[in-house]
Write a protein that binds this ligand. Structure first.
Ligand SMILES: Cc1cc2nc3c(=O)[nH]c(=O)nc-3n(C[C@H](O)[C@H](O)[C@H](O)COP(=O)(O)OP(=O)(O)OC[C@H]3O[C@@H](n4cnc5c(N)ncnc54)[C@H](O)[C@@H]3O)c2cc1C
Length: 413
C-alpha cells in the first residue's frame, strides 16, 4: 500500500478511473481507492448514447463494445400518450450506435485501462472514512482496508470521485451552489424474455403521469426503468413496502395504451427492484485547498437525461487537463480552481438547467401534445429533439430552431 502519492482518487468508476487513466498517461503517481470490489454493479441504469460511446472509445476501451453481448442501438422511440416520435440517433463524430452495457463490464474495462499505467495503483475494498488535514489543507485520507485495518495515505491532492453520497464532500462540510429536489421517484430492474418487434431500440414512454423506459442490455435482457411523481402516495407506499410486487403491477397496469402488458407475457424480472424514492439535482463547489470533486460528487443531474456516465467521464477529462496544465498545484491553486470551475460552468451550465426542467412534474398540456404531434411529422425537428439527448444539438440550438419553427406554425395556423 503506497504511503504517499501525488493524488488519491476516492471512487474508481466512470469519473475516478477515467481521471486515473489521464493522469497516469502523464506519469502522475495516483492511488485509486474504492470501497467496492470489482467487477461489480452500482445503483444506476446504463444507457450510453453514441456521444458517450465515442468518448469511451477515445479512451482506448473499444474492445468493450466489440465483445459485449449488449446490442448496438440506433433507433429511439419516444411516446407521449398517443404520439410517437421515432428516429435514429443523429450521428456524433462518426459514431452512429449507442449501447446499454452493464456497469460491471463498463467500470471494469475503465479500471483495467487505468491500472495499465505504471504510476497508477488501485486498492479495492478500501473505504475512506475521513480526510487528513494540515493548516487548512487536505493532505490525505484515513480509511479501512479490506482486512478492517485503519490506514492513512498522504497526497498532494485528494479527489472525490465517490458519487452522489460523496464522503470527501461530507468531510468538507460543503454547501451546494444549487440543490433542486426532483418531483419523481424511480425504480428499475432487469427483464428477460421481454417481447419486441423490430430492431433493438431505446424506448421512452410517457403515458399519463407515468414513465417507462426500456433499454436492451447485456445477456439478452432489458433494463426497465419506471418513474412517477413522488406525491403519488399509493405507488410510493406500494414500492416502499413490496418493491417487486409494486414494480410488476406498475408495468402491467399503467402502460396498456401502448400494449406493454402484452409484451410482458413471457417476461421474467431477473433481479431485485432498486431505485430512488427521492433525489436532488445538486451542484457543489468543486475545488479547494488540497481537494477536488468530480463526477456525481460534484454535480448530480436527473437520471432522465441518461448522460451521467458521459458527464462523469467528460468532467474527469476536464479536470485532468487543468491538473496537467498547472503542475504546481499548491502555488497555482487559485488559477487551477478558477479554470476548473469555469470549465464546469461552460460545459454543464445549460445541461444542469435543462435537468431542472426535466426533474419537475407537469402533466402534459394540450399545447405540448399538439407540439409533439407537429414534431411527429417534422423530420428536422424530430432529429433535433432526439439529438438533444445524445448532445448532437445543444439545448440552446434546439430551443432557437425547433421552438421557433413551432411558434411560426402556431402563428400561421
Ligand atoms: C437510478 C439511476 C439511473 C441512472 N441511469 C443512467 C443512465 O442510464 N445512463 C447514464 O449515463 N447515467 C445514468 N445514471 C447516472 C450515473 O450512474 C452516474 O452519473 C455515474 O455513475 C457517475 O459516476 P461517478 O464515477 O461520478 O460515481 P459512481 O459511479 O457513483 O462511483 C462512485 C464510486 O465511489 C465509491 N465510493 C463511495 N464512497 C466511498 C468511500 N467512502 N471510500 C471509497 N470509495 C467510495 C463507490 O463504491 C463507487 O464505486 C443513473 C443514475 C441513477 C441513480
Amino acid at each position: 500500500m503506497p504511503k504517499e502519492v501525488d493524488v488519491i482518487i476516492v471512487g474508481a468508476r466512470c469519473a475516478g478511473a477515467t481521471l486515473a487513466m489521464r493522469l497516469g498517461q502523464s506519469g502522475v503517481r495516483v492511488c485509486l481507492v474504492d470501497a467496492a470490489r470489482f467487477p461489480s454493479e452500482t445503483l444506476s441504469t446504463h444507457a450510453m448514447f453514441n456521444n458517450t460511446v465515442h468518448h469511451l472509445k477515445a479512451l482506448g476501451i473499444g474492445k468493450l463494445f466489440a465483445e459485449t453481448s449488449a446490442p448496438a442501438v440506433s433507433e429511439v422511440i419516444m411516446r407521449f400518450d398517443e404520439v410517437s416520435i421515432q428516429g435514429n440517433l443523429p450521428i456524433v463524430q462518426g459514431e452512429s450506435h449507442g449501447y446499454c452495457i452493464r456497469r460491471s463490464e463498463l467500470d471494469q474495462a475503465l479500471l483495467e485501462k487505468a491500472v495499465s499505467y505504471p504510476t497508477v495503483s488501485f486498492l479495492e475494498g478500501f473505504r475512506v472514512q475521513s480526510l487528513l488535514k494540515r493548516a487548512g489543507r487536505v493532505v490525505g485520507v484515513r480509511g479501512r482496508d479490506g482486512q478492517g485495518r485503519v490506514r492513512d495515505i498522504s497526497a498532494r491532492m485528494v479527489i472525490g470521485a465517490d458519487g452522489r453520497h460523496s464522503v470527501v464532500r461530507r468531510e468538507l462540510s460543503l454547501s451546494p451552489k444549487q440543490a433542486v429536489p426532483s418531483d419523481f421517484a424511480c425504480y428499475f430492474s432487469y427483464l428477460s424474455h421481454l417481447e419486441r418487434e423490430g430492431p433493438p431500440a431505446f424506448e421512452v414512454n410517457r403515458i399519463g403521469d407515468y414513465t417507462l423506459v426500456v433499454f436492451p442490455t447485456s445477456h439478452q435482457q432489458s433494463v426497465v426503468y419506471v418513474s412517477f411523481p413522488n406525491t403519488d402516495q399509493p405507488w410510493m407506499k406500494a414500492f416502499q413496502r413490496h418493491p417487486m410486487e409494486a414494480y410488476e403491477r406498475f408495468l402491467k397496469e399503467n402502460f396498456q395504451p401502448i400494449s406493454f402488458h402484452q409484451r410482458l407475457a413471457r417476461a421474467v424480472v431477473e433481479e431485485p427492484v432498486r431505485g430512488l424514492p427521492f433525489y436532488d439535482n445538486v451542484w457543489y463547489p468543486a475545488m479547494g485547498p488540497g481537494w477536488v470533486l468530480v463526477g456525481d460528487a460534484a454535480m448530480f443531474k436527473d437520471p432522465a437525461l441518461a448522460q451521467g456516465i458521459h458527464d462523469a467521464v467528460w468532467g474527469a477529462e476536464l479536470l485532468a487537463e487543468v491538473l496537467i496544465k498547472y503542475p504546481d498545484w499548491q502555488s497555482q491553486e487559485a488559477a487551477l480552481a478558477g479554470e476548473y470551475e469555469q470549465r464546469l460552468d461552460h460545459h454543464f451550465g445549460s445541461l444542469f438547467k435543462w435537468a431542472l426542467t426535466m426533474t419537475k412534474f407537469h402533466p402534459l398540456t394540450a399545447e405540448q401534445k399538439r407540439f409533439f404531434q407537429w414534431l411527429e411529422e417534422n423530420d428536422e425537428g424530430k432529429e433535433r429533439f432526439i439529438g438533444l439527448y445524445n448532445r448532437a444539438f445543444k439545448v440552446e440550438d434546439y430551443q432557437a430552431k425547433v421552438a421557433e419553427g413551432w411558434k411560426r406554425q402556431m402563428g400561421e395556423g
